[in-house]
Design a protein around this ligand. Structure first.
Ligand code: SAH
Ligand code: SF4
Length: 374
């Protein structure tokens, strides 16, 4: 039996909710802001570090809140640009977070721009046929506190390489919600976490530097469009016709293209910003010129940017990455039609960077080890 904490994670608290808890114990209201300052600007990981708080208040924090909902297990460097982190949650679940560094001229890689890719669920219920995250189904949603703690763990780790960290700002530049899980299926916890790190008393992290990726959960795309925060959207299309999408993404049976595309259009009209269409290239599945032409029509209609991602092979799945020539032929077809398109270079293939793979392998190895031990 795994230990489940009764204490709520400290990283789920807002300034107001913490102030309300402090009021209950007759602590002065200004302490709430001091504590938030320690957590977000000074990156304290324990109450003991909060040196300007009275000892009894530090003890109260430790007794009433969980400061260690996420424990860092591993950091694996893929190439010089991609690092993958594995975090363990209180119930033993594993989640992945990826740090992607963008090489910049005249700046060492350590200090270059960083994008953090976060997970929102343990496993995924959506069952896309090509994806490792869905292979063993859905286990649970991450809580708001676990999502924020995931970000703060990375923030602390990268502080030494960031000038902005000295001003109490985040030590990464962008957040993409493209790790394990379907973010729209954990909408409320995710939004609460993103609003929390957006607040001026925490990281003040701009919503325009946050992108949420979805496999196409239409009602939530519409809900996100109505959020005043202004978060960016990426849609995992992976097929430019219902025929292809139905083959690889079960979500398309519920929300086919004739529902998904109008929702995408409504989103970009409300935001006045380009959305991104993600398209994994899988050999013989969606890499034909017909698909490229259909994709070009969709992208033009939506004024969307297209991100082409050569498929990362997943152990146990039959799908393959197309040859470089086929990838380039597909890209060219879009370019010729005036579409804004990027063919992503491989990021972290050698550390199992495809969504969910590191966690799956670790879980399987742990299961094997415990079986062997019995
Ligand atoms: N559930 C959301 C976000 C997480 S998946 C979504 O589907 O958009 C993040 C991205 O990784 C998606 O675009 C997904 O299709 C892609 N992905 C999953 N498995 C992959 C693989 N084996 N190779 C390349 N990309 C993969
Ligand atoms: Fe879930 Fe996204 Fe993987 Fe599909 S691609 S199974 S929605 S994580």
């Amino acid at each position: 039996m795994k230990f489940l904490p009764e204490k709520p994670p400290i990283f789920a608290e807002t300034l107001d909710s913490l102030a309300a808890r402090l009021e209950e114990i007759n602590a002065p209201a200004f302490r709430a802001r001091q504590i938030m300052d320690w957590l977000y600007k000074k990156r304290a990981a324990t109450p003991e570090e909060m040196s300007n708080l009275p000892a009894n208040l530090r003890a109260w924090l430790g007794e009433n809140f969980d400061f260690a909902s996420n424990t860092l297990l591993q950091r694996k460097a893929a190439s010089d640009v991609t690092h993958k982190l594995l975090q363990r949650l209180r119930d033993g679940s594993l989640i992945e977070t990826v740090i992607i560094r963008a090489p910049q001229e005249g700046v060492g890689l350590e200090h270059s721009r960083k994008t953090i890719c976060i997970s929102t669920q343990v496993g995924c219920a959506y069952g896309c046929r090509f994806c490792a995250s869905g292979l063993e189904g859905w286990k649970r949603n991450l809580s708001t506190g676990e999502i924020v703690a995931q970000l703060m763990a990375v923030c602390r780790m990268e502080d030494a390489h960031s000038e902005r960290a000295k001003e109490g700002l985040a030590s990464f530049d962008n957040i993409v919600v493209m790790g394990m899980g379907e973010p729209m299926a954990n909408y409320d916890n995710l939004l609460a976490a993103l609003k929390l790190i957006n607040a001026p008393w925490s990281l003040g992290f701009g919503a325009r530097r946050i992108t949420v990726s979805t496999s196409g959960v239409v009602p939530k795309i519409i809900q996100l469009a109505d959020e005043p925060l202004g978060i960016r959207l990426a849609v995992s299309l992976h097929g430019a016709t219902n025929e292809v999408r139905n083959q690889i993404m079960p979500v398309n049976r519920k929300f086919p293209l004739e529902m998904l595309l109008p929702a995408c259009r409504a989103f970009s009209e409300k935001h006045g910003r380009m959305l991104t269409l993600e398209f994994i290239l899988i050999e013989e599945i969606n890499d034909s010129l017909d698909q490229a032409q259909a994709l070009a029509r969709i992208a033009r209609d939506l004024h969307a940017h297209v991100n082409l991602i050569p498929y990362n092979t997943v152990e146990g799945l039959p799908w393959k990455r197309p040859s470089l020539m086929r990838q380039q032929r597909f890209t060219q077809e879009l370019k010729q039609r005036g579409i804004s398109v990027t063919l992503r270079r491989e990021k972290g293939h050698d550390i199992d960077a495809a969504c969910g793979q590191l966690r799956l392998q670790t879980e399987r190895a742990e299961k094997n080890a415990s079986c062997a031990g019995n």
